[in-house]
Design a protein around this ligand. Sequence first.
Ligand code: COA
Length: 326
Amino acid sequence: MGIRIIGTGYYVPERVLTNSDLEKIVDTSDEWIQSRTGIRTRHIAEESTATSDLAMHAGQRAIENAGLTPADIDLVVVSTITPDSPTPSTATIVQRKLGIPPCMAFDIEAACTGLLYGLDIVHAMLAAKHRKTALLIGGDKLSGVTNWTDRSTCILFGDAASALVVQRTDEGDEDFYVASEVSANGYEAGFLQIPGFGSACPPSQEGIDAHAYTIQMNGPKTFQMAVISMSNACRNVMEKAHVTHDQISWAIAHQANDRIISAVADRVGISDRIYRNVARFGNTSSASIGICLDELNRSGQLKRGDLILTAAFGAGLTWAAELLRW
Ligand SMILES: CC(C)(COP(=O)(O)OP(=O)(O)OC[C@H]1O[C@@H](n2cnc3c(N)ncnc32)[C@H](O)[C@@H]1OP(=O)(O)O)[C@@H](O)C(=O)NCCC(=O)NCCS
């Protein structure tokens, strides 16, 4: 039995929001944003665009990239913190929009770590031989949950979706999933959250006035936790797999902030092979790692057998590191 990632894709909306555009919205500067985050632009969806629209385009591109058709998919998993609505799941909406035949479809929520949570789940389901070909999507319309009056958060986020097609074959013994650490610490959830909207804080005018339906974050604490959790997880995974940093072809850390990426790369000893695109997209939550993988894949920079070290961090607090074989 073999399990491989056979297709990648991503989608960002056309509209680009630059740092100078943000200077007109909040008290900030291009210089401050670039020096503290490395971000220059981010893509922002139209009001009428839903997460499922972003996800559908990314999914379509990944299915095409895999050389398959929607009829070949028998599992759809969407990671999102901005579902179209509480129910039905965004995964079922994407299934319909893509014309995928009836099959298991569900959402997961692990914030910016969502795509790596999803890969762990999808891999386990394929390995158990319950399904053959999974479409895994990480997608978020973060602009809809951004407080556009808070300069410490509104500069960070962008809208996007990315998708992977993961397939089990009955020939060969290749398994893309080499080793992983996938975890969470709910005791630290208060540093990064959207407190309102759910059953604990239903929609209300008070909630709107208190910005309870938008991302609230302790930036410096989040920064520190991100660096510690991702670098420790990377080292643990390399140790589990008996792999040293010189054997890794590419490293992809969640694209939240260029300084976080550099700090993780330094600690893990992979600064010369760490992929970066946060300057163009900002923090796109669970889409970010899939966008990096797709850019590397389509630009021909991945060779069969390459080891790719991935790491992510997000609200929950959640984190993961996964060592993948291309
Ligand atoms: C948000 C972040 C960029 C802020 O950078 P920082 O260097 O930690 O800055 P601080 O929050 O300590 O703020 C320093 C000063 O800059 C100011 N500031 C914050 N945002 C600003 C902005 N956009 N423009 C100008 N000044 C800003 C603050 O008000 C503060 O001013 P003060 O010293 O007068 O109070 C940084 O903490 C970060 O990236 N954190 C992680 C965020 C993240 O990745 N979240 C998602 C995880 S999935």
